[in-house]
Design a protein around this ligand. Structure first.
Ligand code: C2E
Ligand code: MG
Ligand code: MG
Length: 673
């Protein structure tokens, strides 16, 4: 409709232009025609009067002029008389030029002398006049040679008129009369413009009024259109959304799930469908009323929204049931993590009718393509898993595939416990002395992390360090170990026992940008001399990213710490790097030490490592020394330091201090713990 209006506007404009054009043509035609008619009549009357006036005197000359040669004709006395008479007659009548032809078409006379003697017989005007018809035409001339001389830029009407004494007398000659109608034409044109201007003005006025009316009409139409669109949008929104929470509803869910499955199939990624159901929602409704129930659902919806990514889609399926679609998930661990976060977010206390209130949730999880590939099945599986979560005691999630539950549950539980351990300071450091092979005195101690779990008791690193590593918690925990160990070494030093402390660095810690900061911070905070700190790295760290490892080690060396390679021989050994990296010492892996006495190949390996260390000028440490025989063997292989249960188990700092102080007394010997 609007487009129609716009076109009508264009049409109106075009119509106006056409009307004005046609009018101007019509006006011009009408006016010119009447002008020509009038002038022709006037010229006929004029010529008749000329004929009456001059013909008695000049008819003879005109009829005989053809007999004279052109030069004589031009110079003849009669011609001069004729010119004089015609001129006198023309005066004051606007006649600018007159020509007289004889019946053969010879120009007997022309007020423009040059034309006298020319043949005008071929001229159609002349022929018409000879046939008794006077005809005129109006032309615009740039210059006209008139009686009075040359005139420029004139509108001229010329008429051929038959000359006869009376209407029924025979035609005796033809007169051509030129009148100057410039003023007339100008006046006429002015009139034309005035009329056109008037018409145009009137039309513009009409156009304006029509436009104003149309504009109002258009405005109304536009408003109606907008209202209709808004109405449609409202209806659409209502069809696809839940009015309470404003979340997309079950209908929309079916569409979005199909789309998401299509995407997952194309991109070959995993998709998770979470079915979220509040625990005991009915009780809230029954005890606090529907209004409270509605308020609760709204808050829950907002909390679920907050615990997922912006791109994750959340739906209210009805009642207290929600679904969440997670696209492009890496694996069940990631989904479990999101589900746990959701459960925790929903479980936070909330205000309902001025009461603090908590609500728990059960979540069922199904994965595409692992559990199902059709949307319908996936929803069913997630629903089944949700009921399993309820059966398992509510306030938890459950995977559709039950074996996933256990693995992830364990891991999540452990991770949560580790986070709490960090917050609540459940970690402790044990120290195991390193004994000088030559003097038998403790000259260092390795810091070994322990987790004092309030229920599970003391846990050794093998149980939790990999998880610390995986979750990234190793970075803060490792920094804490560094700080604690340095503080402890400094305390020993102050107590008169100057021991070097060794701290283990894990892969993630070694790669982290904060490592250098953590090391130098631990040293400066404790005031420990850098030479008294040794960092233990494993071989695998060095071969992972040689360039970065080299840089980090150089920076650590620049601080002043020493570096040893832990568990040497057990990992991937590339002898090449030993030479390139700034290493101080090798720690023979305890697996080689264990079987030394049994005369296996391990003795040969220890021999080889010993030779390597000596030739590269590196210190050599053996760990896991449990028996005297092993210690002797190692001493004989130039081991500089020994570490193991033979001398002491890892102990809390205070317990170790006692032993150390004893070993620093003159008569003391290293003793087994
Ligand atoms: P590691 O650095 O090779 O530490 C030596 C391990 O050998 C210690 O185990 C220690 O208790 C054990 N050990 C010492 N003497 C003997 C012995 O005579 N016989 C036997 N069978 N074992 C002995 P622990 O404390 O369980 O530590 C295990 C590993 O955990 C360490 O191996 C180290 O790689 C890692 N770790 C410990 N503390 C930390 C830490 O603070 N940060 C990092 N990143 N890793 C740590
Ligand atoms: Mg170690
Ligand atoms: Mg080791």
């Amino acid at each position: 409709m609007l487009r129609l209006l716009r076109y009508s506007q264009l049409l109106a404009l075009a119509g106006m232009v056409m009307v004005v054009g046609a009018l101007s043509l019509l006006y011009r035609g009408l006016v010119f025609d009447s002008l020509i008619e009038r002038e022709t009549r006037a010229n006929v009357a004029l010529t008749t009067s000329f004929a009456n006036a001059i013909w008695p005197a000049h008819a003879d000359f005109v009829s005989r002029a053809a007999l004279l040669p052109r030069s004589e004709l031009a110079a003849s006395e009669n011609l001069r008389y004729l010119a004089r008479d015609l001129r006198q007659l023309s005066r004051g009548l606007g006649v600018v030029k007159v020509k007289v032809y004889d019946l053969k078409g010879l120009t007997v006379f022309s007020s423009d002398g040059k034309q006298t003697g020319e043949d005008g017989s071929a001229n159609p005007g002349f022929r018409n006049a000879l046939a008794g018809v006077a005809a005129s035409e109006i032309t615009h001339r740039d210059r006209v040679d008139a009686w009075e001389g040359t005139r420029a830029d004139r509108d001229i009407i010329s008429t051929y008129v038959p000359v006869r004494v009376s209407d029924d007398a025979p035609i005796e000659a033809v007169l051509e009369v030129y009148s100057d109608v410039t003023d007339l034409v100008a006046r006429m044109q002015r009139g034309q413009w005035q009329i056109l201007g008037g018409v145009l003005g009137a039309m513009a006025l009409i156009y304006l009024v029509v436009q104003l009316i149309l504009r109002g009409y258009r405005e109304r139409l536009r408003e109606q259109e907008a209202q209709r669109a808004a109405q449609e949008e409202r209806i659409r929104h209502q069809a696809y959304h839940d009015p309470l929470t404003a979340l997309p509803n079950r209908t929309r869910f079916a569409e979005r799930l199909a789309e998401a499955l299509g995407r997952a199939k194309r991109a070959q990624w995993q998709l998770a469908l979470l079915f979220v159901d509040l625990d005991h929602f009915k009780r809230v409704n029954d005890s606090l009323g529907h209004e409270a129930g509605d308020a609760l659902l709204k808050q829950v919806a907002a909390r679920i929204r907050r615990s997922v990514r912006e791109v994750d889609a959340l739906f209210r399926m009805g009642g207290d049931e929600f679904t969440v679609l997670l696209e492009d998930v890496r694996g069940p661990e990631e989904v479990a993590y999101v589900a746990q976060r959701m459960i925790e977010a929903i479980a936070e206390p909330l205000q309902l009718q001025h009461h603090e209130f908590t609500v728990s949730t059960s979540i069922g999880i199904a994965l595409y393509p692992r559990d199902d590939i059709s949307g319908e099945q996936l929803l069913k599986s997630a629903d089944t898993a949700m009921y399993r979560a309820k059966d398992l005691g509510r306030n938890r999630y459950a995977f559709f595939a039950p074996e996933m539950n256990e693995r992830i549950e364990q891991q999540m539980l452990m991770e949560a416990a580790l986070r709490r351990a960090v917050r609540q300071g459940e970690f402790q450091i044990y120290y195991q002395p390193r004994i000088s092979a030559s003097s038998g005195r403790a000259i260092g101690a390795e810091a070994l992390l322990r987790w004092m779990h309030p229920e599970w008791g003391m846990l050794e690193p093998a149980r939790f360090v990999p998880l610390l590593e995986e979750s990234g918690l190793i970075v803060p925990v490792g920094a804490w170990v560094l700080a604690q160990a340095c503080k402890q070494a400094r305390a020993w030093q102050d107590a008169g026992v100057p021991l070097r402390v060794s701290v283990n660095l894990s892969a993630r810690q070694f790669r982290s940008d904060t490592l250098i900061e953590a090391v130098s911070g631990a040293l400066s905070d404790s005031g420990l001399a850098p030479q008294l700190l040794e960092l233990e790295l494993t071989e695998s760290l060095l071969v992972e990213n040689v360039e970065h490892a080299m840089q980090t080690m150089v920076r650590l060396k620049a601080i002043g710490t020493s570096i040893s390679i832990d568990d040497f021989g057990a990992g991937f050994s590339s002898l090449g790097y030993l030479q390139r990296f700034p290493i101080d010492c090798l720690k023979i892996d305890r697996s080689f030490v264990r079987d030394l006495a049994n005369g296996t190949k391990d003795a040969a390996i220890v021999d080889a490592i010993s030779g390597l260390a000596r030739s590269l000028g590196l210190g050599l440490v053996a760990e896991g020394v449990e028996q005297q025989g092993q210690a002797e063997f190692l001493r004989a292989r130039h081991c500089t330091e020994l570490q193991g249960f033979l001398f002491s188990r890892p102990l809390p700092a205070e317990a170790l201090a006692e032993i150390l102080l004893k070993s620093y007394q003159p008569a003391a010997h290293p003793q087994a713990a």
